[in-house]
Design a protein around this ligand. Structure first.
Ligand SMILES: Cc1cc2nc3c(=O)[nH]c(=O)nc-3n(C[C@H](O)[C@H](O)[C@H](O)COP(=O)(O)OP(=O)(O)OC[C@H]3O[C@@H](n4cnc5c(N)ncnc54)[C@H](O)[C@@H]3O)c2cc1C
Length: 489
């Protein structure tokens, strides 16, 4: 939508019949599910991207700021999170006596940390000399450290469970907080300071709104158009061939498909081998359960995360990429308490996400998927107020890690290449892909990385790089600076 607005002749080739990819609608009878994302954080980035086209997201979408945000449960103990600092401090003090002060210190320290790191995520890193950028130099103490998110949190909180309340946001990255680089402690700060949003109808409506903007701006979206191969003239991507044999020429080519999948399949003579790609580090995957329910659990929260009894073991299982945990952490979204549009009256739809191993070492999900889903439902019954859930399930859909892999996601790693220091900034596949004259990337596999606001930022970086190819300069819309300045002062 950015490029169409800037006057480029844009054609989007989408293999699915609907827009959104991981953030698409999954309709199951009368129940309307989000396939992937359910938390919209850092909304100012979405506002900026729409503003770049002279629009507001509110013209297309109905946002609800959630407060309380998420219930976190460890056995009999629960914490309700809030983006109201005083409320959050009070909730923490009640659940974890003596820790409220630590929370306030965390928030105070992270305002300048975010303000320092944020500008580094807005630019591309095509050469190592880009590391000399003054913004990055200022951010180095936060970025160039071997410390993990968990190490950072240990400087603030005593109780391990409370530390987890500041790490589950790393789920957008699919990484264990013990391995996730320290800089990502900004993710929980962003949520607790700036809040999280639901979109009525589901977050997939954001993708649908963007598709509408593309068409309003004169762009073309072709659904059911799967690219089979990129064809080159020297270092130029000259055309793409679709699976139906049709060929389309291009001046510039932007690849949004999962990078590792695309690079090992559709890159033609520049394809990389699976073996080489598998040497990289990948995120975890997710086991998904989408339930249509003929009852509405009004007392249950919109977002609920239930931690495994032995969450250390659970995270180690996922990180080890071999063992599917029987004692798993999981997340339930009961958005019907906020949103009457996603299920018939008196009904609800539940979305259940279980972080699990990617498919690197294989696991027979075909024969185990139904039993695993039953086990998760038993756990929901045992650990929430949905005691009669089993009697009310009318539809059930599952996506396993193998299912994600079948959707063109390499190793079923739903959050892309892992966000380790060796696979970030200059070392992540670059927005203008090295070795080609006119081939660009966008989405979670390129810089800055996975997660909705992050991929929107990648779209902006890539669009600006295309502008540069034509000698154009684009002044970005910037709402973030003043927002971050205000919270840091
Ligand atoms: C279960 C889950 C939960 C998540 N939760 C959150 C959350 O709460 N908040 C958050 O911010 N982020 C969340 N994320 C992360 C977020 O969804 C992703 O980072 C983001 O959607 C990735 O977008 P993308 O454009 O990189 O990839 P995709 O959305 O996968 O887009 C790639 C597109 O390319 C198409 N395609 C692939 N191959 C071809 C081909 N050969 N020809 C034509 N088209 C092709 C695909 O169909 C797809 O539409 C979640 C992700 C998942 C999977």
């Amino acid at each position: 939508m950015l490029l169409a607005h800037r006057g480029y002749d844009v054609t989007i080739l989408e293999k699915n019949d609907v827009p959104g990819g991981r953030n698409r609608n999954l309709q199951d009878g009368p129940y309307s599910h989000d396939t992937g994302p359910t938390f919209l954080h850092q909304k100012f980035t979405l506002d900026e991207v729409f503003a770049e086209t002279g629009r507001k997201p509110e013209d297309y979408l109905d946002f609800v700021k959630l407060d309380p945000m998420t219930r976190l449960t460890w056995g009999n103990l629960s914490l309700e999170t809030s983006c109201n600092r005083q409320q959050m401090a009070a909730n923490i003090e009640k659940a974890f006596p003596g820790e409220a002060e630590n929370f306030l210190r965390f928030m105070d320290d992270h305002a300048p940390k975010l303000k320092t790191i944020f500008p580094c995520l807005l630019k591309s890193y095509h050469s190592l000399s880009s590391y000399l950028d003054p913004n990055l130099i200022r951010a180095l103490p936060y970025v160039a450290t071997t410390k993990s998110v968990m190490d950072v949190l240990s400087n603030y909180f005593k109780d391990d469970r409370l530390k987890l309340a500041f790490t589950f946001q790393a789920k957008y990255l699919g990484m264990s907080p013990w391995n996730c680089p320290a800089l990502f402690s900004i993710l929980s700060y962003i949520e607790y300071e700036h809040g999280i949003f639901h979109v009525q109808g589901g977050l997939c409506k954001i993708s649908e709104a963007m598709a509408k903007v593309v068409e309003e701006e004169g762009g073309t979206i072709r659904y059911g158009a799967e690219v089979e191969e990129i064809c080159y003239q020297g270092k130029r991507a000259a055309k793409v061939r679709l699976t139906n044999g049709e060929q389309l020429a291009c001046d510039q080519l932007i690849v949004n498909a999962d990078y590792a999948h695309a690079r090992t399949t559709i890159f033609g003579k520049h394809k990389q081998s699976d073996e080489a790609m598998r040497r990289k580090k990948f995120s975890c995957s997710t086991f998904m359960l989408y339930l249509g329910v003929d009852k509405l659990y009004r007392e249950q929260p919109h977002h609920h995360v239930i931690f495994a009894e032995d969450y250390h073991r659970n995270l180690a299982d996922i990180q080890g990429e071999r063992v599917v945990s029987e004692d798993m952490s999981f997340y339930i979204r009961n958005s019907s308490v906020t949103d009457p549009t996603v299920a018939p009256e008196g009904h609800s739809q539940l979305y259940v996400l279980v972080p699990t191993i990617n498919t690197r070492h294989g696991h027979d999900w075909e024969t185990t998927r139904e039993a695993y889903a039953d086990k998760i439902i038993d756990k929901i019954v045992a650990s929430t107020g949905m005691k009669d859930l089993k009697e009310h399930i009318v539809t059930r859909k599952i996506i396993t890690p193998t299912g994600w892999e079948n959707e063109n996601i390499f190793l079923g790693a739903t959050f892309n290449l892992a966000h380790t220091l060796s696979q970030m900034l200059h070392f992540r596949p670059q927005n203008k892909l090295k070795g080609f004259d006119n081939l660009f990337l966008v989405g979670g596999g390129t810089h800055p990385g996975s997660g909705l606001p992050t991929i929107y930022e990648s779209a902006r970086i890539t669009s600006n790089l295309i502008d540069q190819t034509y000698g154009e300069q684009h002044t970005p819309v910037d709402f973030a600076s003043s927002i971050l300045e205000k919270t840091a002062s």
